[in-house]
Design a protein. Structure first.
Length: 371
């Protein structure tokens, strides 16, 4: 096992800078997820760790060793690709054993390692089959097994679940998480799917435009997004944003306006917008911040007209027009709503997020003091 450390890493393709000043320490045995939209630089970072892309500037360490100029085969890493990259003419056993044969590992040791990995991944019945005789999920497990038998210091995984259907994706996601708990190898996992990131990562790096937007645990990113991009990217369904929301104070009460309606802010939220009174902010409310009006924890309400209702059994998603904006609320099935109905939604104001409309940063007392 080993730490992976990136110090002021840049990647340029010609004059285009796709990765910008990445500083990141991946802890020994940690499962770190790089997440972000297409083109954000996450796969490029992974390929630089693997040695498949040259580093334009900066230093990359695996353990205490500077590996900028070390070829991939000498970095003691194993990579799992999106497209499995299995040899079609080889059996499952041969695919898993191939890299060990190249390294001159004794036959008896190869058989033991392959058998151990096959048992972990429930591949023992398929060792004599070829990839074309396997399902997509089984092929991905073979790709994982091929990485496991190498016993590397670091696992690198590049969107390994993206070619699987929804049910298999959930199942394989759990298998990878279980494997990590057993092996405790340092793992860097790339995905564009925030649900994968939230359910699998010890910590998550959110990237946009080749820049780290925030690094933290899944709960930290959900509860305390650093800026509007992170707030909108983390969480499913995504956060509702209300731009041009004016902050006012009357008789000691601080309120924010949503169109012609107002929400009264609890003291801790009011403290965050101190200094923005009379100015506009961007208000963020997650769908789960809405609740039944009868709920005592609802601090304020918004009224609107139901547009669409999605019934999910244990909950429902209500799309409503509120003061000209479309709001998505995740509410209890006891809220009987149909398209065209008027609806009053309770709002958990202690679940509010407020952002500076100019910088898009989340407002904290420190940031406001500097404004």
């Amino acid at each position: 096992m080993a730490q992976v450390r990136l110090e002021h890493i840049y990647k340029r393709f010609g004059t285009v800078e796709v990765v910008k000043d990445i500083n990141l320490e991946i802890l020994d045995g940690e499962f770190l997820v790089l997440v972000g939209p297409s083109g954000c630089g996450k796969t490029t970072i992974l390929r630089m760790i693997a040695g498949l892309e040259e580093i334009s500037d900066g230093n990359l360490f695996i353990g205490d060793k500077l590996v900028n100029d070390v070829p991939p085969k000498d970095r003691d890493i194993a990579m799992v690709f999106q497209n499995y990259a299995l040899y079609p003419h080889m059996s499952v056993f041969e695919n898993m054993a191939f890299s060990l044969k190249l390294r001159g590992i004794p036959r008896q040791d190869i058989e033991q390692r392959v058998a151990t990995a096959a048992d972990m991944l429930e591949l023992r019945p398929y060792l004599k089959r070829r990839p074309k005789e396997l399902s997509g999920g089984q092929r991905q497990r073979v790709a994982l097994g091929r990485a496991i038998v190498r016993e590397p210091k670091v696992f690198l995984m590049d969107e390994p679940l993206s070619n699987l259907d929804a049910k298999l994706r959930v199942q394989t996601r759990a298998e990878i998480s279980r494997l990590h708990l057993r092996l405790r190898r340092t793992t860097v996992y790339v995905t564009h799917d925030q649900t994968e990131a939230m359910t699998m990562g010890d910590r998550i790096v959110v990237l946009s435009g080749g820049v780290i937007q925030q690094l933290g645990t899944p709960q930290e990113l959900y509860d305390h997004p650093a800026n509007q991009f992170v707030a909108g990217f983390i969480g499913s369904p995504s956060m509702n944003f209300f731009p041009n929301t004016k902050v006012t104070r009357s008789d000691g009460t601080v309120r924010v306006g949503v169109g012609d309606q107002y929400l009264t802010l609890p003291q801790d939220v009011a403290d965050r917008v101190k200094g923005f009174e009379g100015r506009e902010v961007t208000l963020g409310l997650r769908p789960e911040a809405f609740t039944n009006v009868a709920d005592a924890s609802a601090g304020s309400t918004l009224t609107g007209t139901v547009d669409v209702v999605e019934h999910l059994g244990n909950e429902q998603l209500v799309y409503a027009k509120v003061s000209g904006a479309t709001v998505l609320a995740r509410v209890d099935p006891s809220v009987h709503a149909r398209a065209g109905d008027n609806i009053t939604l309770g709002v958990r104001t202690d679940h509010m997020h407020v952002f500076d409309p100019e910088t898009t940063k989340a407002l904290t007392s420190l940031q406001v003091a500097r404004a």
